[in-house]
Design a protein around this ligand. Structure first.
Ligand code: F6P
Length: 547
């Protein structure tokens, strides 16, 4: 690959300028990203790999329905795939996935107007338990987040994790075939995949984005299989984190844990002669698309629907939207609301806090307990403060579609994101993108990646309930002009640092990396078994018709 020498044409998005009065015409757009991808990666097949699939087929009353999951990662990557086309390899977790349109586990998506191919990987319940619920979410998730939950490690979970990474590798190598391909891996579920891919086909360009924080080296020490895991990650040509701080943690971890050369100046690791570049890329959303949808009639209708269904009347509204996950700080948020009501009697009977909780990872005991804790807390606070028909908290355990979610954004006087630790947190960016009226206020945990960009939010330490209670009061009482000024600035930041810029920066960084070695001759089965390596290019698949 050659170096990027050209500066890219940044196309204005008229929808945003008209509807949302944003004046930044130099934002990265879908078209600009397509231009970059075409210019630099014309001959490369794009293969995105993640555990979570961007579309899930499920049975609903005997019919098959296609849903988009509550996943910041999937929300961010889908527009990129829509723009560039290619194949997305992911775990088929929906009960109707096997009966989705298409053949051989490959289904064109988005279903209404396909733009890329979704290739599903099938896992047994046993493997899913060990790999996803066990190692990934019972071990790595608490290890990487400072939420004071103890990680749990079991050898059989690690074995399942290894096996699943091999299954993913097989699927990706099949998809790549003999064509030049750029494989873009997502997250902590697939830490061994980069090395497996490079072993199977050294000519692949492999990058990975780690969507959660990377802990400091003392914390990472507890991971029993750290050497193998780091070796797996160092199969990447490029490894991305949200923040420079996480890159630094990763470099320190490698420096301490294995025999590799760490270049702190260039942010590179060299292992057995192979270089992995480590870089920060703060992820974002498709601001333009989001903002124009939020301003549409479907969202107006949903607002009416919510007003009636929740009997909101003239109430002021606070909002939280999260997966039910202990890193999101939901109990802490509810306790601070309780404190706020105690301190601010004038707001009693006038504010409703709508908390949307999307059920998540229920087979991990900690998540089940958390769901019960939240239910109990909501009932305790509601019993304490209720008067007549008024209850301060409406807790809805549900998954929302985009229009329903945007309608709540637009209704809310403030949105509260109180994560105890979060790689980025796209709920914060989505809320801001929905507020084309430049109204509303964001209360944001300083322990989210988003807090580095959205400095006009009311920033809080979510462990400090007093400050959070004060923040709720401030959000409600901020003079309208100041609210507008802050919201305008936050919107400009998200519009500018949108998901296309994120993807473009990753592509630009990859384009600066030297082309990997050409593909070696195919190995026969015996050689493969001897080397313990995966076979490369088992079947050459054609480019999907939908790209
Ligand atoms: O943002 C981190 C992340 O793990 C994403 O990769 C994932 O899609 C999201 O959280 C939701 O988690 P899950 O896929 O386990 O439901």
């Amino acid at each position: 690959m050659s170096r990027i020498t050209k500066s890219w044409t940044l196309l204005p998005n008229s929808a945003i300028i008209n509807k949302c009065s944003l004046i930044n015409v130099n934002m990265w757009s879908k078209q600009a990203l397509q231009e970059l991808a075409r210019e630099k990666f014309r001959d490369y097949k794009l293969i995105v790999v993640s555990n979570r699939e961007p579309y899930i087929h499920q049975y609903q009353g005997g019919r098959i329905e296609c849903l988009q999951p509550a996943s910041g990662m999937a929300t961010a990557l889908d527009p990129l795939m829509r723009a560039c086309g290619g194949v997305w390899v992911a775990h088929g977790s929906g009960d109707a996935d096997r009966h989705a349109p298409g053949a051989m586990g490959r289904t064109p998506v988005p279903p209404e107007a396909p733009l890329y191919m979704l290739r599903r990987v099938w896992l047994s319940k046993e493997l899913e338990n060990g790999y996803y619920y066990g190692l990934a979410n019972g071990g790595l998730w608490p290890l990487c987040h400072v939420a004071f939950r103890r990680p749990v490690f079991h050898r059989e979970h690690w074995e399942a994790y290894r096996r699943v990474n091999e299954i993913f590798a097989q699927a990706v190598l099949e998809e790549a075939g003999d064509d030049p391909a750029f494989v873009f891996i997502q997250d902590y579920h697939l830490g061994l995949l980069p090395r497996l891919l490079k072993n199977g086909n050294p000519s692949l360009v492999v990058a990975q984005f780690w969507h959660i924080p990377w802990p400091n080296r003392e914390t990472f020490r507890a991971f029993p299989w750290k050497e193998d895991f780091l070796d797996g990650l160092l199969g990447n040509d490029l490894l991305g984190f949200h923040l420079r701080y996480h890159c630094q943690n990763f470099l320190d971890t490698v420096d301490r844990a294995i025999e590799a050369r760490v270049d702190q100046e260039r942010y590179e690791v060299t292992l057995r002669g192979k270089v992995t570049a480590v870089r920060p890329f703060p992820i974002s959303i498709d601001f333009a698309e989001h903002a124009s949808t939020a301003a549409g009639a479907a969202v107006d209708n949903e607002m009416e629907h919510w007003r009636r269904a929740l009997d909101l009347g003239q109430m002021r509204i606070g909002l939280g939207i999260d997966r039910i996950d202990y890193t999101k700080g939901i109990p802490e948020r509810l306790r601070s609301l309780d404190l706020f009501l105690e301190r601010c009697p004038e707001h009693r009977g006038r504010l409703v806090f709508v908390q949307i909780g999307v059920p998540s990872r229920l087979r991990v005991a900690e998540y089940k307990r958390l769901g019960e804790e939240i239910e109990a807390l909501v009932s305790e606070i509601n019993t304490k403060w209720s008067s007549g028909a008024w209850r301060p908290i409406l807790f809805l355990k549900t998954h929302l579609g985009p229009a329903q979610m945007m309608a709540l954004h637009r209704l809310a006087d403030f949105c509260m994101v109180s994560s105890l630790h979060d790689g980025m947190n796209l709920v914060a960016k989505e809320y801001v993108a929905s507020r084309f009226d430049e109204n509303g206020m964001l209360i944001l945990s300083e322990f989210t990646g988003a807090a580095r960009e959205l400095t006009d939010a009311i920033l809080v330490n979510p462990f400090d309930l007093d400050t959070c209670a004060d923040a709720i009061r401030r959000a409600l009482e901020l003079p309208p002009e100041e609210r507008r000024r802050r919201m305008r600035r936050m919107r400009a930041v998200v519009a500018d640092n949108n998901v296309y810029r994120w993807a473009a920066k990753i592509l630009a960084a990859l384009a600066r990396i030297e082309a990997p070695q050409p593909r070696p001759p195919r190995m026969d089965a015996a050689a493969r078994q001897n080397g313990g390596q995966l076979c490369a290019g088992v079947a050459t698949s054609a480019r999907p018709a939908c790209t």
